[in-house]
Design a binder for this molecule. Structure first.
Ligand code: AMP
Length: 216
């Protein structure tokens, strides 16, 4: 199965994706992680997109769609992708459909996490990410190990775009450009709405129920 995990920044998409990856043996395709990796490695692409990502605006569709096709076309990930942070506008959603069709696949479910801006601000302020495995923690809601380590080292870091000002900009981008594409998926009867403000385990349990049905 292929899944889209959908919601504003700080909705818990990364945390829930990690759970799904582990329990359903899927591959997480996070466009944000792919872009941050390019930035970290200071590749030509990375240098080109640093200021865009750090401002909370969207990177061009052309760049994103190329990154995506590299993965969808790979047999290793056939029908086992969880899309986190993609698609982010209607053009990307239509492109994703085309690509999936081209490689004989489809989306099975869109899991939408609903979270208010107040909660998002708090979550983003406390977020820590492992620069090695991309696992997400939160100082307030999902604390990392006491010695602040992951992957046997001091890899926990704050993201450059995780500050309240940029978070508000990212939220506005989500409301204006990303959220409207839910209509596209609602027409395909794929959307399941979940309250993203309840505890991590309750959300996991609901997701688990949905995915177990799909797996049959
Ligand atoms: P995320 O890790 O999903 O919160 O993404 C971090 C940032 O990467 C976003 O604020 C955008 O600047 C960029 N980004 C990630 N995914 C996309 C996408 N699908 N389309 C355009 N820009 C993206």
């Amino acid at each position: 199965m292929n899944i889209i995990i959908f919601g504003p920044p700080g909705a818990g998409k990364g945390t829930q994706s990690d759970f799904i990856v582990k329990n359903f043996n899927l591959y997480k395709l996070s466009t944000g992680d792919l872009l941050r990796n390019e930035i970290k490695k200071k590749t030509t692409l990375g240098l080109k997109i640093t200021s865009i990502v750090n401002s909370g605006a969207l990177v061009s569709d052309e760049i994103i769609n190329k990154l995506i096709e590299n993965i969808i076309s790979n047999k290793k990930y056939h029908n086992r992708i969880i899309f986190d942070g993609y698609p982010r506008n209607l053009f990307q959603a239509k492109n994703l459909n085309k690509l999936l069709l081209k490689y004989n696949q489809k989306i099975n479910i869109v899991i939408k996490l609903k979270v208010s801006l107040d909660v998002i601000k708090k979550r983003i302020a406390g977020r820590l990410i492992c620069s090695k495995c991309s696992k997400t923690f939160n100082e307030f809601f999902n604390p990392p190990p006491k010695n602040l380590t992951c992957c046997k080292g001091n890899f926990l870091q704050k993201r450059d775009d995780d500050n309240v000002k940029v978070a508000v900009k990212r939220y506005e981008t989500y409301e204006d450009t990303t959220k409207p594409i839910l209509k596209f998926y609602k027409k395909m009867n794929l959307v399941k709405d979940l309250n993203g403000e309840t505890d991590i385990e309750s959300i996991q349990s609901k997701i688990n129920d949905y995915l177990t049905v799909i797996e049959g």
